[in-house]
Structures are given as C-alpha cells and as structure tokens.
Design a protein around this ligand. Structure first.
Ligand code: AMP
Ligand code: ZN
Length: 487
C-alpha cells in the first residue's frame, strides 16, 4: 500500500449516485485508485460553474492521495461534438481552430486554480479508433444498429439495465439539451447515437464502421476504459451529466464488456446564479479570467468553489468571493506569522494535542463524504488556537514550526495558501520535486503529531529519492545527497 501517515485510520465513505447510499470506499486494487472526470466541451470558454466540477474532482483526488492512495486521474477534453461543429461551420473554420484557444484558456485556468495535473488528458479526436472498436462490439452483440445515413444507434430496448443510475423508467422518452440533435432516423426515440454518419460540410473520420464522427457519450466510455480499464473506481461530473450522458456511458460500456464501468459515481451540485444553474447557453456566466480581472485572486476563487459540500448547490456572488478572500487570507497570515515567529522558551506541552486533534478532525470530516465545510472549520479552529498562542508568545520556535507543518499538510488537500501563479508562468516542476515537498511536509506533520514510526518511514523514503533529513531543535532540515555519498 502507498505511503502516507494518514492511511492507518482511513475509512472514507462516499455517496454513490448509483446506489443512492453512503458506501465505504473500497478500491478495486489495494492502494490504487482510478478516477475519470468528465472534462470540458471546448466550443466556448469554461465558466466558473464548470470549474466547480473540476475543483470538486481535484479535492477528491488530492484527498485520496493525502490518504495514501496512488491515484490515476483522467480528465478528457471533448473536442468534437454537435455544438463545436455547429460553431465551426458558422465561422467557416476547422474544428481544431475553433477549439484551440478555448483549450489554451482552459488549461491556463486549470493551473491557476491549482488543480492537480491529471495523469492523462485524453482528447476525443485522438481516440476515434477506440470508439470504433467499442461500437463494433455493440453492433456484433446486437446492442446497436445502423441507419441509412451511416449512423449507428444504441438500442435501448436491448439493455434492461437502462435507467438505473438516473432512476428513470426506461420506457420514458429522452429529454435534455444534447438529445434533440441526435435525430438521425432511429428505430426508437429513446435510442441514442453512437456514431453519426457523414454530412456535407461536417468533419468526418474514415473508419471500419464507415465515415462519420462519434456521438458525445461514446467518447467518454472509450477514453475512460482505455486509460483506466474495463472497470474502474470513480467517475465524476456535474449533476446535469447523470442523464443522459452517464446513463448512456453505462449502457454502452456495460453492454459491450459485460462488466460494470465505474463502481462509484459522484456528482456535484451546480454553481448557481440567481438560483439557477450557471450555464453557457444563458450567456450569464463568469469565466475565471473575469473573476481575476475584478481583483479576486485565483486561490480565493478556488476557495469559493471548494468550501461548500460538493452535493450542496452554491450561489455564486461577489459576497461569496469576498468571504473566500478573507478566509484564504486568514489561513495565509497565520502561516506567515508562524514562519516569522521566534521565541527562546521551552516547548508548549499542550500543543501536540491541539495539532493532533485538528489533524484528526480534518480527516474525519473529509472521510465523511468529503465534508470539506467541516474540514475547513477544523482548520480554522486550529488557526484560532495558534493565533492566540502566538499573541501570548506561548510557543517555542520549534512549536511554531510544528504548527506550520500541520497547516501546510492540510493545505496539500485544500491548496489555498501560498502565492498565486501568474497566467504566463511556466508549468510546475516535475513530479519528483512535488513528491519530495509533499513527503517533507508529511514528515514534519508526523513529527508534530509524535508519530515516530511514520517519520522514520518517511525518512527512508526520502533517502531513496536522494534527500537526507536531519532533525534539529528548530525542526527538520533536508539536503540533497550527492551521488557519491549515496553510493
Ligand atoms: P461541459 O463543458 O458543458 O461539457 O461541462 C463540463 C463539466 O462542468 C460537467 O461535469 C458539467 O456537469 C459541469 N457543469 C456545468 N455547469 C455547471 C455548474 N453550473 N455547476 C457545476 N458544474 C457544472
Ligand atoms: Zn463525459
């Protein structure tokens, strides 16, 4: 199992949309987790509502990693779909030219909002062969049929499990904004397009099932299974994706493989504006760039999108951004004070208990279906305690280091303190650098919590990565081991 000081008492429970129940999280393979998150459809800019779904997925991934799991995270980019094609035709340009600037902005916002870099970021247009394979299997098994115009449809009447995720009666007619355009002469109004036959002026791919282009749902099935396997652990998206997108993903994947697609489905509630889902088609939305332009920092926006439970709707407003700015400032200034603090005095004997309790409360809240609001409350309780002790000069210099280490450790999940990246800054350093920083923070936290066994384990792991750690009265010091010294 993976390395972390936190996995020992780990008992994460998640609300699975599929069962409607709170379930203990059990990965398919011990210590490893595969997560697929539906990414943007890049016909326009991604708004802060879209980013709520990514911040939620990032919180999940960060928390799993913090808990000791090795996570493989895939986030797709839907770079071909009806709306992209519609807009590209309207503007008389190739779809790639239409999507490129939106992808660029999306990736820039992603980085500025401190979303972890996914392990894979598959693009639909680069996975047409995988989609064709899947469609062929469905045709062979009788779950799909061709129509005269060269399209292929999924036959819902062939799949009795249809409707299980969304809890709908399978005989019900399909509704939803992306369904209307799926009308290509199908047998049953409920059936959905896996493949859309070629049309004048539209992009097409020459394939074994004929020329054409993929339907939206098949894209995510093909990409998720390609990178994470036939069955994987977690699939995330906004609540609007439950039906039809995820219902259709399940139907076409499971009909083809006979295996469950994802074990746990997690959906976040919407970011709302005036009580309604923020949506591109209404024209009333803010992009992250709009928010930064108005003077809010990326970490304040991240906080505003992160701070409520993922299943609770959030109203987006200037007030929420102002509150978020104040909250991140409170955390940051506490850390600054701790970093600057020096006092020659004996250690505060009551501090370890306070640190340990904060750490435990944070973990217990997050284990409870990612109750981040309660986790944040425990972080702020700690800030209040620490600020009081700073004001009283009741901490030793080493105490201040211990408290800072715990706050930094919690921030590996929250990622809201420390300076913001600028839009043009280069990509973050390579994985090893990140890993070392993380391990050092974990070790400092383990020592602060007097978990000596864990701190020794982390010393060994750091040594393997070429970093020597030494414990001094002022906390841990690290240095690179030279090749020769390492032998
Ligand atoms: P799209 O770019 O429309 O394909 O959506 C990308 C992701 O954003 C999906 O997971 C959607 O469910 C999610 N999403 C869209 N609007 C909102 C919103 N207002 N609040 C939260 N998530 C949203
Ligand atoms: Zn998807």
């Amino acid at each position: 199992m993976a390395r972390s000081p936190h996995h020992v008492a780990m008992s994460l429970r998640l609300r699975n949309t599929l069962s409607g129940q709170l379930e203990p999280f059990q990965p398919l393979a011990t210590g490893r987790v595969g997560v697929y998150s539906c990414g943007p459809t890049v016909y326009g800019p991604s708004h802060v509502g879209n980013f709520r779904s990514y911040v939620f997925a990032d919180l999940l991934v960060r928390y799993l990693r913090w808990s000791g799991y090795q996570v493989t995270w895939a986030v797709n980019i839907t770079d071909v779909d009806d709306r992209i094609i519609r807009d590209a035709i309207e503007r008389e340009m190739p779809i790639a030219k239409l999507t490129a600037p939106h992808i660029e902005h999306f990736l820039d916002d992603w980085r500025r909002l401190r979303l972890s870099e996914p392990d894979v970021r598959p693009r639909a247009t680069e996975h047409i062969p995988q989609m064709v394979d899947l469609i062929e299997r469905l045709l062979e098994a009788g779950h799909a049929y061709r129509t005269e115009d060269g399209s292929v449809f999924f036959r819902i009447s062939s799949w009795p499990g249809y409707g299980r995720l969304a809890r709908i009666d399978p005989s019900q007619q399909r509704v939803g904004e992306r369904v209307v355009a799926d009308d290509y002469g199908k047998d049953d109004v409920r059936d959905f397009a896996l493949w859309k036959g070629p049309k004048e002026g539209e992009p097409r791919w020459p394939t074994r099932i004929g020329p054409g282009r993929p339907g939206w749902h098949i894209e995510c099935s093909a990409m998720s299974m390609h990178y994470l396997g036939t069955t994987f652990d977690l699939h995330t998206g906004g609540i609007d994706l439950v039906f039809p997108h995820h219902e259709d993903e399940i139907a076409q994947s499971e009909a083809a493989t006979g295996q469950p697609l994802a074990r746990t489905w997690l959906h976040c509630a919407h970011l709302q504006l005036g009580g309604e889902k923020m949506a591109r088609r209404t024209g009333r939305f803010d992009t992250p760039a709009d928010v930064f332009h108005r003077g809010y920092s990326p970490r304040a926006l991240r906080y505003a999108l992160l701070a409520a439970h993922y299943r609770a709707p959030v109203e987006y407003s200037d007030q929420s951004l102002r509150q978020a700015s104040a909250a991140v400032e409170r955390l940051s200034s506490c850390l600054r004070s701790l970093d600057e603090y020096t006092e020659l005095r004996p250690d505060d004997a009551s501090l370890p208990v306070v640190l340990q309790a904060a750490h435990r409360a944070f973990r217990e809240a997050m284990d409870d279906d990612l109750n981040v609001a309660a986790a944040l409350a425990s972080a702020f309780d700690l800030v209040r305690e620490v600020n009081r002790r700073i004001a009283e000069r009741g901490l030793s210099t080493a105490d201040a280091g211990r408290a800072a280490a715990v706050l930094r450790d919690l921030d590996r999940v929250l990622a809201v303190v420390g300076p913001d990246e600028t839009a043009t800054s280069p990509a973050p350093p390579d994985g090893a650098g990140h890993e070392i920083t993380g391990l050092l923070a974990e070790r400092a936290a383990a020592r602060a919590a007097r978990d000596w066994a864990r701190s020794d384990e982390l010393r060994t792991r750091l040594a393997e990565l070429g970093v020597a750690v030494e414990d001094t009265p002022d906390g841990q010091r690290s240095r690179r081991i030279t090749e020769m010294a390492r032998g």
